[in-house]
Design a protein around this ligand. Structure first.
Ligand SMILES: C[S@@+](CC[C@H](N)C(=O)[O-])C[C@H]1O[C@@H](n2cnc3c(N)ncnc32)[C@H](O)[C@@H]1O
Ligand code: SF4
Length: 371
């Protein structure tokens, strides 16, 4: 029997408080729901069990996985190791936030073979943190990073936000200047004003001022240059890493690898089929794990490869597109010639890559190359 490579995502939808900007499937739940949830999650992991699945990465995300007892995290990982073949060099990440991370939890994570930490820092400016409803301070975030290092974690990411109301470039740069001493990877996201969030209401009521898009793009471009000086290379539009520390799991998503998603609202993509669990807690707790699957059409596969590929330094694979029926070099001959002539893209060997200084207009480039 041949082995099938796959990644695993596990969703932990619990947080200790809701940040003003966040509309992720996460919330504050009582302990009895948490207990029921983890029971169901373990049933789901067992339901799909297959020792011929070679698990190349596991990502425990949320919500805030560090907010729950490590007993639950240990059980989940034990269950995955028991029911799947986990590759020796699998990348195993857990998301954490500075309020709930403790030395004891970090030590447990190490025991469970977790080898990558992703900490939501967002900013190291106390005013910015307060504006977006974060419950930790700058010092708490720095302490969490120090603790992670002293517990032996060598692969650490921090999430930061660009465009927090009242953030200026100096504040953003100062955040990153400190973070780079502790981390091997940075995810810098443009703050999105999501519908039905407290932040969006605050903006509507003029309680805070929105940072306009051009300013955000300007901060982002400066940040790319700044991080580059310290060898944090951008490998995807929001992701920067030191050499050898790109996130395998994220790269796997962008390169179209298989992934199985377990838990509330989790998506899966396996053998070109896409499916998703319910985002409603009561429905998930009652689910029999039979979900409707959608087989991707050729057109969807082509679009997906172009949209995800162009956002990374690896670009799109011309040969792969040809193999699924899209000869991009001949179908988009004129567009490619014009984009190349104006230095927006480079066609190298078998790939089309967006030039580093043109990432600000990636969406327009993608539109030009879609079938
Ligand atoms: C699941 S959280 C990370 C772990 C933990 N829950 C925390 O917040 O510290 C994932 C990340 O998504 C980003 N995020 C959430 N809502 C966002 C929004 N509206 N715009 C941009 N980024 C957002 C934040 O940077 C956050 O750290
Ligand atoms: S940003 Fe993180 S901690 Fe804040 S509500 Fe969203 S998932 Fe929870």
């Amino acid at each position: 029997m041949t082995m099938i490579d796959t990644m695993i995502y596990v969703h932990i939808p619990f947080c200790d408080s809701k940040c003003f900007y966040c509309n992720f499937v996460s919330g504050i739940y009582k302990d009895d729901i948490k207990e029921k949830y983890f029971k169901k999650l373990n049933e789901e992991i067992e339901y799909h069990k297959n020792k011929n699945y070679n698990v190349t990465s596991i990502y425990i995300g949320g919500g805030t996985p560090s907010s729950v007892s490590t007993k639950y995290i240990g059980e989940i990982l034990k269950n995955i190791f028991k029911n799947y073949f986990v590759s020796d060099n699998a990348e195993i990440t857990i998301e954490a936030n500075p309020c709930s991370l403790t030395k004891e939890k970090l030590q447990d994570y190490k025991k469970f073979n977790i080898n990558r930490l992703s900490i939501g820092v967002q900013s190291l400016n106390n005013k910015c943190l307060k504006t977006i409803g974060r419950k930790h301070t700058k010092n708490q975030a720095i302490n969490a990073l120090k603790m992670a290092k002293s517990c032996g974690f060598k692969n650490i990411n921090a999430d930061v936000l660009i465009g927090i109301p009242n953030q200026n470039y100096a504040k953003l740069k100062s955040t990153v200047r400190i973070l780079k001493k502790f981390v091997t990877h940075l995810s810098a996201y443009m703050l999105i004003n999501e519908p039905n969030t407290k932040l969006t209401k605050m903006l509507e009521n003029n309680e805070v001022k929105v940072v306009n898009e051009d300013t955000c793009v300007n901060y982002y471009n400066k940040l790319v240059k700044y991080l580059n000086k310290f060898n944090f290379k951008r490998y995807e539009i929001s992701n920067f890493a030191l050499k050898g520390f790109t996130c395998k799991h994220n790269l796997g998503y962008w390169q179209g690898n298989n992934y199985l998603g377990f838990g509330l609202s989790s998506h899966s993509y396996f053998n070109n089929e896409r499916y998703q669990n319910s985002s409603v807690m009561a429905k998930y707790l009652d689910s029999d794990f039979e979900v409707e699957k959608h087989k991707l059409t050729k057109e969807e596969m082509i679009e997906e490869h172009i949209m995800l590929g162009l956002r990374t330094i690896y670009g799109v694979d011309i040969q792969y597109l040809k193999s699924i029926g899209y000869d991009i070099l001949s179908s988009k001959k004129d567009e490619i010639a014009l984009l190349e002539k104006n230095n927006f893209i480079t066609v190298v060997k078998n790939r089309i890559v967006v030039n580093q200084d043109k990432w600000g207009v990636i969406n327009q480039i993608i539109l030009k190359l879609l079938p």
